[in-house]
Design a protein around this ligand. Structure first.
Ligand SMILES: Cc1cc2nc3c(=O)[nH]c(=O)nc-3n(C[C@H](O)[C@H](O)[C@H](O)COP(=O)(O)O)c2cc1C
Ligand code: SF4
Length: 683
């Protein structure tokens, strides 16, 4: 077997043995019933699917200990116990263990009805380590409030136990309630719950453990999730403090320790250990780039903590099977936590075990699952996440002949799913290669943080495996459709990108997305996006001063790319807002980076003419000026044309338009894959 360590069992207690080392880490899904119950909810389907996929345990993040705004799994009332049992039974069917992780946001909670969120200490706006809404001015909990929260957490443990769960992960990590006691970033108390020493700062957790242990079955496992390190704030937990905390948690009875981390600051990475290098890491994160590129940001701390305790230690963050096996082999951790990877592909463990890595859909680290944070989670590469029943891929009742037009991600996904369901599918692509503009996008985005190429590799491999007929270099006309007589046509061809019809637009200093695609097509195929991105630091046929027309995702990502290659960049955007299409997490980081790098974004500004000197623009108040530049990049969104679809509707029974065929609002990869999957399931 290729991954002997990863697929070896491990015991958390004599009664709780994990069949392998892969554990789904807690992630709030917002997929429960509106009242917080589990039974027959989308959340239940989601976790059953992950259990079926072969993980040894799932940790259900986002379980509320009190009635909380948002869609959390309810643990605050006995009425939830039957639903918990229903969920636990579904997960247990697959020899998968189920743990709850209670959630209380503490200082990260939204202020409710004007009341400040609670925390270990009172902190004002100028004292909190992140700006609202990620953290808020907060007020110190009284001793009575501490008792009340402890009581609620213990009650939640008891209900999880009575609901058939195998255990509870006590959430002492991230920037939430219990972490506000163990971290000196938050805890300025001077009483016995203060951060003066390890005994005091972990006291609140110890008292919870003592009471929960007394009230739950002996076999009910109690573990801890903790920050192995914090970054970017005064008083941030150091590794030495974390080791002390871990020893204290073990002494109070923790049966496993799940090591995470947390980033504060102007554009905080918070609990995801991988968005911080985009566009550049802050100075305080630069020392951690080696760990990031190696075994992951948190494995370093997990490894040190593992040496200090004897209970199993979990590490997480951008794990794949090779890295996981190495970490286990080297003794850096005992269990591998996977969060987003199991959203991207719930069947990942089974596919690894069966030696089918090419069938795994990899997380592309796009941050769409948090865009925005307060909504039912979606996954860009797994549109079925949380919609397992809705997007059912079971065989079609009637086999149909299907023409899919456009070999970009939307067309490939539609063809894949329709063929899997038993249809006779032909995929037509007018150029000589599948993938649409995915290689160009990958080169511009870079591959270190967000990485879109694995989805291309996955889709092309699957099309080969399922034997979908692919016709390259074939432009589909109405005549061809009429000759083929399909039952259904899916139009997934990319719409044209907008180009302003202004004087000078056809001059040689102007680059369009279409032109760039043509220019880069061969080098991209020869070198691949990653190498070409590196080579473009040495040679890029673009002048020193660049004006980018278009301030939405295309223009902004283009501007980052150009700035990193030493160009002076100004963005001109006609609308009032910029950055549409960029997930919140990335956008939060781009704004400060643009300021540091002097990238100007002129919103409400219209380009009127491109001259030898530069671009003549008119601002919203009518002021005309010339932006001197050597090159102009037109990086504007797409504009849909429905003419072809309309021309087919009278002669073909089913005509579907998907992805960027529908224009800018549907032009992102997440739309492409969603639409492809949805139409593939529907035909
Ligand atoms: C949308 C989202 C929600 C999350 N919610 C939680 C949570 O409720 N509790 C928790 O401990 N971690 C949470 N995390 C962190 C994950 O458990 C995990 O540690 C992190 O994503 C890194 O692992 P990964 O690279 O495998 O995703 C969340 C992460 C994401 C992306
Ligand atoms: S939405 Fe993006 S970051 Fe989140 S799990 Fe899916 S691919 Fe990964």
């Amino acid at each position: 077997m290729k991954y002997p360590k990863l697929f070896s069992p491990i015991a958390l207690s004599p009664a709780c043995v994990l069949k392998n080392r892969i554990v789904k880490t807690g992630q709030s899904t917002w997929r429960w019933n509106q009242d917080g119950s589990a039974q027959d909810s989308a959340g239940e389907d989601l976790y059953e699917n992950i259990a079926r996929g072969g993980a040894a345990a799932v940790i259900i993040g986002g379980c509320a200990i009190e009635d909380t705004p948002g869609i959390y799994l309810g643990l605050w009332d006995d009425k939830f116990i039957p639903g918990l049992r229903h969920l636990a039974d579904k997960v247990h069917k697959y020899d998968c263990r189920i743990f709850a992780q209670f959630h209380h946001s503490g200082p990260a909670a939204w202020p409710r009805l004007g009341a400040l969120p609670i925390s270990s200490s009172s902190l004002g706006l100028d004292e909190i380590p992140m700006k609202p809404p990620l953290a808020n001015p907060c007020r110190e909990m009284t001793l009575e409030e501490i008792r009340e929260k402890q009581r609620q957490i213990v009650e939640a443990c008891v209900r999880a136990d009575q609901g058939g769960f195998d255990g509870m992960e006590i959430h002492v990590a991230h920037g939430y309630l219990l972490n506000s006691f163990v971290s000196r970033v938050w805890n300025h108390r001077t009483d016995e719950y203060g951060a003066q020493n390890v005994e005091n700062r972990t006291r609140i957790v110890r008292e919870i453990f003592e009471e929960a242990r007394r009230r739950c079955r002996p076999g009910f496992v109690l573990g801890v999730r903790m920050n192995g390190r914090e970054y970017g704030a005064d008083g941030a937990i150091t590794l030495e403090e974390a080791v002390e905390n871990a020893r204290a948690f073990e002494a109070m009875g923790a049966q496993f320790i799940n090591v995470a981390g947390y980033g504060y600051g102007e554009a905080p990475f918070r609990y995801c250990p991988d968005y911080f290098p985009y566009p550049d890491p802050e100075d305080f994160m630069k020392p951690y780039m080696e760990a990031y590129r190696g075994k992951g940001l948190w494995t370093d701390s997990a490894s040190r903590i593992k040496k200090a305790v004897s209970v199993p230690v979990i590490t997480a963050g951008r794990m794949n099977e090779d890295l996981a096996e190495k970490i286990l082999e080297d003794g850096d951790a005992d269990i591998i936590g996977i969060g987003r990877g199991l959203w991207a592909d719930p069947e990942m463990p089974r596919k690894i075990l069966e030696g089918r890595p090419e069938d795994i859909v990899r997380c592309t680290r796009c941050a769409s699952c948090e865009d925005p944070v307060t909504q039912p989670r979606i996954c860009r590469v797994n549109p079925s996440l949380g919609r397992e029943k809705e997007m059912d891929m079971s065989p079609a009742a009637t086999k149909k002949k299907v023409m899919v037009i456009g070999g970009g991600p939307a067309g490939m996904e539609a063809a894949r799913v329709a063929a899997l369901r038993g249809h006779e599918v032909t995929l037509y692509e007018k150029t000589g290669a599948l993938g649409g503009r995915i290689r160009l996008a990958s080169m511009i985005k870079g591959c270190e943080v967000e990485n879109v190429m694995p989805i291309y590799d996955y889709l092309t491999t699957q099309l080969r495996k399922i034997a979908v007929t692919v016709k390259l270099n074939t432009t589909v006309t109405r005549e061809l459709v009429l000759r083929e007589k399909p039952d259904a046509v899916v139009i997934a061809a990319s719409s044209e990108y907008a180009i302003p019809e202004i004087p000078g637009i056809h001059s040689s200093k102007v680059f369009t997305i279409k032109g760039l695609s043509r220019l880069a097509a061969l080098p991209l195929r020869l070198f691949g996006p990653e190498l070409l991105a590196k080579l473009s630091h040495i040679f890029l046929p673009v002048g020193k001063r660049v004006v980018v027309l278009g301030g939405q995702i295309e223009g902004v990502q283009g501007a980052v790319f150009l700035k990193k290659r030493g160009r002076d960049v100004t963005i001109v955007e006609e609308g009032e807002n910029w950055g549409a299409g960029i997930p919140e997490r990335y956008f939060q980081r781009i704004g400060p980076w643009f300021r540091r790098k002097n990238i100007r974004v002129l919103t409400g500004t219209k380009a009127e003419e491109i001259t030898k000197e530069g671009v003549r623009v008119r601002s919203a108040d009518g002021k005309v000026s010339v932006l001197s530049c050597d090159s102009v990049m037109v990086l504007m969104p797409q504009v849909a044309s429905h003419a072809f679809a309309e021309s087919l509707k009278s002669v073909i029974g089913e005509v579907h338009e998907i992805g960027s065929a529908l224009g800018a609002d549907n032009g992102l990869l997440k739309h492409a894959l969603h639409d492809g999957r949805a139409v593939g399931c529907r035909i």
